[in-house]
Design a binder for this molecule. Structure first.
Ligand SMILES: [Fe+2]
Ligand SMILES: [Fe+2]
Length: 349
């Protein structure tokens, strides 16, 4: 494989070259003078301090050429999620944190994992991914209403297309396209899936976890197929009876999917529990923090944010900043460090 190494100093370059040179054809440049002139590189290893302003602007200057290299492994220093988030924002497809081993780096360069974004696949536009998603929701919802079989494979494939679209074109593009062209519950489900994917990418989730997350998002509100549209799409406030009816949707979704062998237990759990809160004030089971999984915590934040920024014909769309403020104000209900990491997704991506 042809691998291009970029680092912010010469000693990092020689260390990295020594790790991979026997297995791969390696070229290298220091970041300050990097231009990535050669075409057809298969992977890049970028070892830079992603918190340094000069490095950020140097990486942005070569971002277009860097984006042509399908595999971009960032090797970073520092603990915590922030540098990881920064590396993904700068175009990483994988992030490794120092100290790294030769085996780790070589594993990232070897094509072992089935990639979610297969190189060479023609990536559809944001519009196409949104249409495929909406079509999948329409077919799922009508299957629930008719009592016929749900096409789980189709929903997962549509989720994969959405993930590709977000990775390729970014979250802002997704949000504006979906809000312009889709409405009601399908708009909501498309927004949740897109926000969850981008949140997952910013957390540095691996392919398998990301797939779990977007699948859970695709199915999370399937129980709404059982709620009459007059209540579901009612403009304005719901009365107590209507609210109680809406709140049956997680349980209804769980019942619809339970026993479907193509649905994993964690997806089933996410469908039933995406309205639970850490302080026990959610529904339907009033779970407490220790019973709420990570994937559900991520999905719940994505779900609330997406619901707040929905486009409705009868009221102005809430700005992303305001929606994030509301999340921050939900003390005790959402995982605080996750809400912190979500800031970048909510405001800047
Ligand atoms: Fe829901
Ligand atoms: Fe939802």
């Amino acid at each position: 494989m042809s691998v291009h190494v970029i680092a912010d100093n010469a000693s990092k370059i020689s260390t990295l070259r020594a790790l991979i040179e026997r297995q791969h054809v390696v070229t290298s440049e220091t970041l300050s003078s990097a231009s990535i002139k050669r075409n057809g590189m298969e992977a890049a290893v970028i070892a830079v301090d992603v918190a340094a302003v000069d490095n950020i602007s140097a990486l942005k200057a070569i971002s277009e050429r860097l984006a042509r290299i399908p595999r971009r492994i960032f090797v970073i220093d520092g603990k915590g999620r922030l540098p990881v988030v920064q590396a993904y924002a700068l175009g990483a497809t994988y992030v490794l944190t120092n100290p790294i081993t030769q085996a780790e780096l070589l594993a990232k360069l070897a094509p072992v994992e089935a990639p979610i974004f297969p190189p060479g696949e023609i990536r559809g536009s944001t519009m196409e991914a949104a249409s495929a998603g909406a079509a999948s929701f329409a077919s799922m919802f009508s299957a629930v209403m008719n009592g016929s079989a749900i096409d789980v494979g189709n929903a997962k494939a549509a989720g994969g297309k959405i993930a590709n679209s977000i990775a390729e074109n970014g979250l802002s593009d997704w949000l504006s396209t979906v809000r312009r062209h889709h409405e009601g519950t399908y708009q909501h489900c498309l927004l949740v899936t897109g926000v969850a994917v981008d949140f997952g990418l910013s957390l540095g989730l691996g392919n398998a976890d990301l797939e779990r997350l977007y699948s859970a998002a695709m199915f999370h509100d399937i129980g709404k197929a059982k709620i009459p549209l007059a209540v579901l799409d009612k403009p304005g406030r719901l009365d107590d009876r209507e609210r109680a009816l809406i709140q049956t949707h997680p349980g209804a979704g769980f019942e619809v999917l339970q026993g479907n062998s193509a649905i994993s237990p964690e997806i089933l759990d996410a469908v039933r529990h995406h309205h639970e809160f850490l302080d026990g004030s959610g529904y339907p089971d009033a779970l407490c923090a220790e019973s709420i999984s990570d994937i559900v915590r991520i999905l719940t934040i994505s779900d609330i944010f997406a619901a707040l920024i929905e486009h409705r014909t009868y009221k102005p769309t809430m700005p992303r900043e305001k929606a994030y403020e509301i999340l921050q104000g939900m003390h005790g209900k959402l995982e605080k460090p996750l809400v912190e990491v979500f800031r970048e997704v909510a405001l800047n991506r």
